[in-house]
Design a protein around this ligand. Structure first.
Ligand code: ATP
Ligand code: MG
Length: 247
């Protein structure tokens, strides 16, 4: 694995909403083809951080670059380009209920000016459905799918853009252990297949164990700790130990 170059660089980020400072001082790098897991209590700003990376929110202070884009000062055209190559699996990752799986998958591709031809789009749909092992659901409506299937289709819808970076916001939350493991395996497979660099926000220890090359723990708006699964697991900090109690 090539891990020499940072694809995301965050330095001394700060983000407040009114009086409420959520991110006080956060710095990290995401290296090329790395799976970086971000853990932290509910409300510590994990989703806010990911939204800054995709340009849905702008940090108040600090430096944030994603590939060659400076997120502190980015125009609308650049933001579109960025979103073409950064996939974001939303927390709760909803599909469009009124569209078939196929139309759900085609939707993001057609939004971009450099959209592939219809026949290329058809091929891409089949390819990503194969990837998530749900080829048979192509003509189904989301209401006909289980929660785990919906998650995998939401993932396929992101992968169809051939992203260089994937941001997974709680990809396994609400799923049973077996389905969670399948999603974790998919995260690993997609990295291998497409050389994707990923940030994975999760509370799911088995997902962390499976996917993480490195973990950062956010607490009170700062990075409390950083390390491999085994390093973090051995921490004496009570907040950190609490995550690993079940292991
Ligand atoms: N657009 C916004 N405007 C005002 N406050 C916001 C906004 N987005 C997030 N917040 C606040 O920022 C804090 C952090 O939210 P965030 O969603 O990042 O938490 P989180 O770490 O992802 O939590 P969880 O684990 O529950 O998903 C919360 O207090 C939330 O209310
Ligand atoms: Mg969140």
């Amino acid at each position: 694995m090539q891990q020499t170059e940072a694809i995301i660089k965050a330095r001394n980020l700060k983000k407040s909403f009114g009086e409420n400072t959520i991110i006080k001082n956060v710095s990290f790098d995401l290296m090329k083809e790395e799976n970086l897991v971000i853990m932290g209590k509910s409300g510590t700003g994990k989703s806010v951080l990911i939204k800054c990376i995709i340009g849905l929110l702008v940090p108040d202070e600090g430096e944030l670059s994603v590939m060659d884009y400076n997120l502190m000062d980015i125009d609308a055209d650049q933001l579109n380009e960025l979103r073409r190559t950064v996939g974001y699996l939303f927390q709760g990752g909803a599909l469009y209920d009124s569209m078939t799986v196929e139309r759900n998958l085609k939707f993001p591709l057609r939004r971009f000016p450099d959209a592939p031809s219809e026949s290329e789009i058809d091929e891409l749909v089949d390819e990503v459905l194969e990837n998530v092992e749900l080829a048979h659901t192509k003509h189904k409506m989301p209401s006909e799918l289980s929660g785990g299937m919906k998650k995998r289709i939401a993932l396929a819808r992101t992968l169809i853009m051939k992203p260089k970076i994937m941001l997974y916001d709680e990809p396994t939350t609400g799923l049973d252990v077996i389905t969670s493991n399948e999603i974790s395996d998919l995260i690993l497979e997609m990295r291998k297949k497409y050389n994707i660099s990923s940030i994975i926000i999760t509370h799911d220890i088995s997902c962390v164990d499976k996917t993480a090359d490195r973990i950062i723990i956010l607490d009170k708006g700062e990075v409390l700790n950083e390390g491999s699964f085994d390093e973090i697991r051995k921490s004496n900090d009570n907040t950190i130990r609490a995550y690993f109690e079940s292991v």
